[in-house]
Design a protein around this ligand. Structure first.
Ligand code: EPU
Length: 340
């Protein structure tokens, strides 16, 4: 276990905010987490559990509380009978998400390859119900083990109990649980159907001779790298806003003026509109406000162009929300978690 006071979070938030927390605690096992929770520390002070820090925006200059981070790194196959097509894999919350995806692809286990290169750690995957290219974490999560911070007991949640929704879950709505392990239900490649239906996936795979887990992962990595900033070069938190889901009447009203507007059908009564498109139409793509900017290749991504504070990034976000509201009458809201 590691415990440090006045700890710099510069390398623990992908927005690259140069700030500190009062205490940083990093644990390696569930038993160590149990000790921290049982000590009562979390009920005495403000606390925050982070993963890769890839979906957070700190609004204040420093975090006056405890920041927790998991280093539970175990990956184990629970049932490995050669003749079975379904394989259950239990993964520690502290495993880097993309390392897990690579681990699966290398072993011919299908289910998470479309989620290649998503930043962050496994523990955040059920919280945020991460998703990309037609797959969401909820499609492959079998159960989630999470510790109740009120009594230090681990509860096992079934997929249904996680209450998954678009970038939302029970864990996001109820901040009293810390995810320790996630068990995924994957399929052996020989029995697996690839998910290639999303947008430009088939096009991206056009020239590819053998379509398999490895080539799909390679294509997803290429699509993401072309559109999203390389975290090693530009600081961001991926998509800053959620794609708004609007009533059919609102969609039809906007479509009249913008017949080229992209959208996805959610139900007979609702449509999802890409926030990136709405923001681009408002003229924000590639624009800066102070030291915060809108990424030039994907308007859904806000970037720190160097030395920005959380407030500066939030200020830009608020201006964007305002202009989308004014132009389209649609309210967009952040996908990233705002930390006060
Ligand atoms: N679009 C624009 N201008 C832009 C950006 C997008 O017109 O600046 C249009 C595109 O042309 C396309 C549509 O919007 O017609 C959708 O764009 P894209 O396929 O890039 O996906 P997205 O809706 O912007 C979502 C997720 C991403 C995920 C991609 C691919 C959310 C909030 N974001 O973005 O997730 O990688 O789909 O599945 O749902 C993340 O959550 O951090 C993230 C990157």
């Amino acid at each position: 276990m590691r415990e440090e006071d006045s700890f710099s979070l510069l390398h623990y938030n992908t927005f690259g905010l140069d700030m500190r927390c009062r205490t940083f605690m990093e644990y390696d096992t569930v038993e160590e987490l149990e000790k921290i929770v049982s000590s009562g520390l979390l009920s005495r002070s403000k606390w925050l559990h982070i993963g890769g820090g890839s979906n957070l925006l700190f609004l204040n200059d420093d975090f006056e509380g405890v920041v927790l981070h998991s280093k539970i790194k175990r990956i184990e196959i629970l049932e490995d009978e050669e003749q079975k097509d379904d394989v259950l894999v239990r993964v520690g919350a502290g495993v880097v998400w993309d390392d897990f995806v690579e681990w699966c692809v290398e072993r011919g286990l299908g289910g998470v390859e479309n989620l290649s290169l998503i930043p962050g750690e496994v523990g955040a995957s059920p919280v945020q119900n991460i998703g990309a290219y037609g797959t969401e974490a909820k499609d492959v999560i079998c159960r989630v083990e999470a510790m109740d911070v009120n009594n230090a007991l681990v509860r096992v949640f079934t997929n249904e109990e996680c209450q998954f929704a678009y970038r939302n879950s029970f864990f996001k709505k109820n901040g009293n649980y810390i995810v320790t392990y996630v068990t995924f239900l994957l399929k052996r490649e020989s029995a697996y159907h690839y998910n290639l239906e999303y947008g430009n996936m088939r096009k991206a795979l056009e020239g590819v001779k053998d379509i398999n887990l490895k080539s799909i992962r390679k294509s997803i990595v290429a699509i993401r790298s072309a559109k999203l900033p390389d975290p090693k070069e530009i600081c961001s938190a991926g998509s800053f806003f959620k794609n708004p889901v609007v009533p059919l009447a609102v969609y039809e009203r906007v479509l009249k003026d913008y017949p080229q507007m992209p959208s996805y059908e959610i139900s007979a009564a609702e449509r999802k509109i890409p926030a990136g498109w709405l923001i681009e139409q408002c003229g924000w793509k590639g624009k800066h406000l102070g030291r915060a900017g809108v990424y030039e290749k994907q308007a859904l991504v806000l970037v720190n162009i160097g030395g920005a504070s959380g407030k500066e990034i939030w200020n830009l976000a608020e201006e964007i929300v305002k202009s989308v509201k004014e132009k389209f009458g649609i309210e967009i809201s952040p996908e990233v978690c705002l930390v006060k």
